[in-house]
Design a protein around this ligand. Structure first.
Ligand code: GTP
Ligand code: MG
Length: 481
């Protein structure tokens, strides 16, 4: 069987998953809109969850903040929360004092997102910060990723939950250059975000207020003109999927309101809130098989799991499976942000209270899954990879060991077989069986696509990523049964 036929058969296998009806006892016909929010205390909740859905038409987007260390991701995230009224002046004053006591005066805005002691002392994000805010049209979940290269796995987990990205770049003299050069996280984060499914980027050129920048058009243009070809080579359609804009996260300029013309007379484009509101919500499938990869769990009047709905919808009272251990559970309650909801669709970050399972029987990376079409648990699968960069002298071949990130799970895996080289331009397997073995490990292989069979612990259906110090990324995969 040739490779294309093989892939087609595997894809056909997977297409079983596509048209599944909802598994709950009450079938729900839904649109890809936001979850309907029913405040805990409200007693007049509509009987039918579909009516609740109509009540709240606000769309929902998960936004990951990425970029080089100290670019201003947490500061910008914190400023967004301040400007949208989530944080009051008194809290800001408290943070100003705390930051001063730690000799980190300028980090007070970042303290809104960086909540643990280690992060505040070092002035570096470690865990992905999570917060919510709303504009007139959209509810946003902010995921504030760490920029430091030691925490790239955490950045990956943030980006894998996101729909769109805000790439924060520091315009301060020398800082853009350090982030952009080889080994800098501006590059690495862009490439990882693209392969993790972050299809749209807002590139915010930050620290425009800095004395070395002073809202200089030349500096802004220089950054835009250097970033554009790089974003193109990373797979972004710069005209359609990327917006550049200047901001100051620290001062809050060009964020909720457009920048003052006296300060920046040359900018005629949108402010950050306008640009975020204009981003299209990516297509989602509320009628697909239910999939919620579990990020975390805790005990609270039952077992509560947290995660983002990747596919399908969930309704109070639904019976579901926790995979791969096939534990049957019932949905007792669903929380979206701080609100109790009766129903939630794809893209929502939820806490779901379950009966029928103990907290100890769940690990992060397990998947809350529909019963009719449970997620496949497999030991081997076929994957399409893109090699960004190999370590010096590394030979990428059968037996190569790597770490695999899929949504919230991280597993060791091994390359079992190299199947076919894929032409990066046509995205089709190369016609002639090239002498792959001789070429693997060579630098000129970066940016090529390859097909592999991987072997590991039971794995789930979804986006995949292999991370091997310099990142090799799996773009899609099919279960091999
Ligand atoms: P990591 O989480 O470590 O990757 O850093 P980060 O990107 O979250 O940066 P953070 O928000 O912690 O800010 C780093 C430093 O840059 C702090 O001293 C901030 O005050 C400063 N900074 C951030 N935004 C701005 C800005 O718009 N203007 C100026 N002048 N400084 C800024
Ligand atoms: Mg940070």
């Amino acid at each position: 069987m040739d490779i294309e036929e093989h892939i087609r058969l595997l894809q056909l296998d997977s297409s079983d998953f596509k048209d599944e009806a909802h598994t709950s006892s009450q079938p729900v016909h839904v649109e890809p809109t936001a979850a309907r929010e029913v405040k805990d205390k409200e007693t007049s909740a509509p009987e039918d969850p579909k009516d609740e859905m109509k009540a709240n038409k606000k769309r929902h987007l998960n936004v990951v903040f990425i970029g080089h260390v100290d670019a201003g991701k947490s500061t910008t995230g914190g400023q967004i929360l301040f400007l949208s009224g989530q944080v009051d002046d008194r809290t800001i004053q408290k943070y100003e004092k705390e930051a001063k006591d730690k000799s980190r005066e300028s980090w007070y805005m970042a303290y809104i997102m960086d909540t643990n002691e280690e992060e505040r002392v070092k002035g570096k994000t470690v865990e992905v910060g999570r917060a919510h805010f709303e504009t007139e049209k959209t509810r946003f979940t902010i995921l504030d990723a760490p920029g430091h290269k030691s925490y790239v796995p955490n950045m990956i987990s943030g980006a894998s939950q996101a729909d769109i990205g805000v790439l924060v770049i520091s315009a301060r003299k020398g800082e853009f250059e350090t982030g952009y050069e080889r080994g800098g996280q501006t590059r690495e984060h862009v490439q990882l975000a693209k392969t993790l499914g972050v299809s749209k980027l807002l590139v915010v050129v930050n620290k425009m207020d800095d004395p070395t920048v002073n809202w200089s058009k030349e500096r802004y243009d220089e950054i835009e003109s250097k970033m554009t070809p790089f974003l193109k080579s990373s797979g972004y359609n710069v005209k359609k999927d990327v917006i550049f804009l200047p901001i100051s996260g620290l001062i809050g300029s060009n964020m909720k309101a457009r920048v003052d013309k006296n300060m920046c007379p040359w900018w005629n484009g949108p402010c950050l809130f306008e640009a975020l509101d204009a981003v299209e919500v990516p297509p989602r499938d509320p009628k697909g098989p239910f999939r919620l990869p579990i990020i975390d769990k805790f005990k609270d009047m039952g077992t509560v799991v947290m995660g983002k709905v990747e596919s399908g919808s969930v309704c109070e009272g639904d019976n579901l499976l926790v995979m791969p251990n096939k534990a049957q559970v019932k949905v007792l309650a669903i929380y979206c942000n701080e609100n109790k909801v009766r129903w939630a669709g794809p893209g929502e970050n939820l806490r779901v209270r379950l009966s029928g399972i103990e907290e100890d029987d769940i690990l992060s990376g397990f998947v809350l899954s529909s019963i009719a079409k449970p997620i496949a648990a497999v030991y081997e699968f076929v994957a399409q990879l893109q090699i960004f960069e190999l370590l010096d002298n590394a030979i990428f071949t059968a037996g190569y060991k790597a770490v695999l990130h899929i949504h919230s799970v991280l597993e060791e895996c091994e390359i079992v077989e190299l199947m076919q080289q894929i032409d990066p331009r046509t995205r089709k397997p190369n016609e002639k069986e090239s002498s792959l073995c001789e070429e693997w490990g060579c630098r000129h292989m970066s940016h090529s696509g390859l097909l592999f069979v991987l072997k590991g612990k039971p794995l789930q259906w979804g986006k995949l990523l292999i991370f091997m110090l310099q990142a090799v990324v799996l773009k899609q995969f099919w279960c091999k049964r």
